[in-house]
Design a protein. Sequence first.
Length: 582
Amino acid sequence: MPSLGARLRDRVAEAITAALGDAGGAADPRLQRSDRADWQANGVLALAKSLKANPRELAAKVVEALTADDVVAAGEVSGPGFINLTVSGPAILRQAAARVDDPRLGLPVAASTGVSVVDYSQPNIAKEMHVGHLRSTIIGDAIVRVLEFTGERVVRNNHLGDWGTQFGMLIQDLRERPELLAGEEEGGDQPSMSRLNRLYRGARARFDGDPDFADRARKRVVALQAGDPDTMDAWREIVEESKRYFEAVYAELDVLLTDADAVGESFYNPFLAEVCAELEESGVAVRSEGALCVFFDDVKGPDGSPVPLIVQKSDGGYGYGTTDLAAIRYRVNVLGATDLLYVVDSRQALHFKMVFETARRAGWLPEGVTARHLPFGTVLGPDGKPFKTRAGDTVRLVDLLQDAVDRAASVVREKSPDLSPEELAVRARQVGIGAVKYADLSTSRTRDYVFDVDRMVSLTGDTGVYLQYAYARIQSILRKAPDVTAAVDPEIPLEDPERALGLLLDEFGDAVAQVTELYEPHRLCNYLFSVASAFTAFYERCPVLKAPSEALMANRLLLCRLTAKTLRQGMALLGLATPEQL
Ligand code: ARG
């Protein structure tokens, strides 16, 4: 796990450890942010217990020994033996000045890291992307960006659903009715995807209604699995067309995924027989009613009978899980993965539990390699039920995004009526897409949330637009600022909102670390929202451009610059655009 940050917090902790001297040993000072002071150290209490000393007396001794330090301005014993600590104003300003011109804002790059393979987005060929794929794409993108920033080696992996019996009916239908494709010269990638989706549904309807066609479609599946050249050609065409469409969506969403990251399920086909053979030989899987199954003590159906992971069906076909097992072997052995991460809907929790346990038993997940399913909740419609169109269909992702961009356009137009149509279009996209991403990322990952575009593009409240607006406002202050010749003067006493903002800015590394440790981007969202709010409070109370002295202006401009840079870097890690003006 990458370690981040030489923070004020660390220096406060060091000061306590130094003050404890030999008595402290390896005791953790247990620092917490506190309402009553900047930090509260709770560790002395436990230490006193183990030393059989009086906690308040020990705390008093520590406070006495503290005073000579240049980071801690004051210490005070509180309650049963807590220590309230006030950080010195000059230390806060010096820390800000030291970080502001570093492109990484003082956060180190991890020296030695593992290899994280992140499985995300994972749309299915010949089908529309829906809101579930939106969540996986956005959350995965943020996690990848944060991990890469910390220095972790990351392999992005878009596990495309590009294989399965559904291709039998689609290819068979297209071969029987080529006129479905002919004559429909549609421009752009999006219509062509709608067409594939429509064709897919047409084929499905034929399959369900016409047993003879169903037979021919099944034969087509056999031909596909046998690698029949004509069938493979048709399959490849469909895959390519779908991929072009996905790429258009990724470009619109402004995520890092590219074609090079796409590894379809079909990639693992050559390994499936081997996976099954190994599982059977080692006894991890057993034959049951003709199928090859893995059983688990704690996985049972409602009637109490065991529910197996079926790796090979009785007809010889392989399951979705078999592909995942082959993928684990590949990612660990060939890609050198130390951390396998799967950003997938929480309804697949049982699937991953069974797959991971099988892989462990088979020895494909050796010690030191972790596999984690990072589940996420459902996107709900205004009625609080899983998001569907009025006709009961899944909502097309492209329509959703368009809707958000359109509404963002009206918000932007109202704020800046003089924008040219081109500028308006660019900004509406940044705001609309940012709003959708932020609404998703700021919700704790496992929770469901209601897709409410009006709330998402609101200028007030915990929204992406609010953050973008805060950033743009600071940039406008900085543009207006005169050339200040005075240097930052750390000795000028800090007002409360300056102190609060300065301390908060120093916690950027902690917010980033929470994302890498817990894979929870909402923690970074919460942090950035507090930064924007703390800035607002600061700006209301502490005039910057009209500061009473040049030195004070220099100090406040420093806080403005560090706030802007922290917001920009933090938002970039979430994949959010930061327009200079709004
Ligand atoms: N394509 C699947 C779906 O749309 C998700 C794949 C998740 N990743 C995996 N390695 N199983 O439901």
